[in-house]
Ligand binder design. Sequence first.
Ligand SMILES: NC(=O)c1ccc[n+]([C@@H]2O[C@H](COP(=O)([O-])OP(=O)(O)OC[C@H]3O[C@@H](n4cnc5c(N)ncnc54)[C@H](O)[C@@H]3O)[C@@H](O)[C@H]2O)c1
Length: 268
Amino acid sequence: MTASLFGLDGKKALIVGGGRGMGESSALLLAQAGCDVAVLDNDAGRAGHVADAVRGCGRQGFPIVADILDEASVRRAVDEAEAALGGIDVLVTIVGQALFKPLLDVTLEEWDFDQSRNLRYFFVTARAVAAAMIARGQGGALVCVGSVDGAIGAPGHAAYGAAKAGLMHLVKSMAGEWGRSGIRVNAVAPGSITTPRLPETDQSRALMEASVLPIGRAGTTDEVAGAVLFLASKLAGYVTGHTVFVDGGWMAANLFDPRVMAVKKSNE
Ligand SMILES: NC(=O)c1ccc[n+]([C@@H]2O[C@H](COP(=O)([O-])OP(=O)(O)OC[C@H]3O[C@@H](n4cnc5c(N)ncnc54)[C@H](O)[C@@H]3O)[C@@H](O)[C@H]2O)c1
């Protein structure tokens, strides 16, 4: 890879939830583009494994163990990353999960939990990192991972959808408030991605192939990492406050697509 193309040689990145899947792919792609990387995860084994792999790319890699649900833990982790790396130029936040339950059954505690693990922690982490970036005076790039569910409805997992929609809005406000400090803030919104937590099965592959999805397959964690790298790099120097969808055309699909009608007809 021509690292200079990305303007990331010698830059310092903190990946939150970097221990596997999209986080691991993002950590390794940023390392290949020239970044030293701090890998934050609540699983020490995963953080250590990915930090080792970063070192295998010839860059510095540091494991950091923290819980994104706990503000004090996040603040300590950001300080630790700053000290280990010598500053943070790039923040990527990966952690997120959905509760699947009909709205009428969702308790307030469950609602709050989904806001915390998808939206609130990005506010907490981005604010701590942006304050450090502003103090350092060199700007930087913040990238969070959202979801297509933040842009369309999310029946059956509405608290998650609302939190992911909140991320898409929050990156705009952050971009507005911190742009003059040289900080760009964007989101990547994946569609259906095969991950260690959601591995491909015969059933999911068949669903993807038969569905309205234009590309007709699930995405990979490397394909999400590609968008993260773009947004973190100087190639996206004039991109801020936006969401890049990595969805295989999910949002371009249409229920009245003749191919869908044909599948429906064959099932009648
Ligand atoms: N897989 C998909 O199809 C899909 C689609 C749309 C959006 N997303 C989004 O992609 C992101 C990644 O999803 P995933 O299922 O690959 O993630 P994951 O469950 O594999 O988690 C990523 C990492 O975060 C760590 N982690 C979990 N809780 C933590 C905590 N409290 N503190 C610190 N670290 C913690 C895990 O140990 C793991 O290494 C999420 O934001 C998810 O909402 C996924």
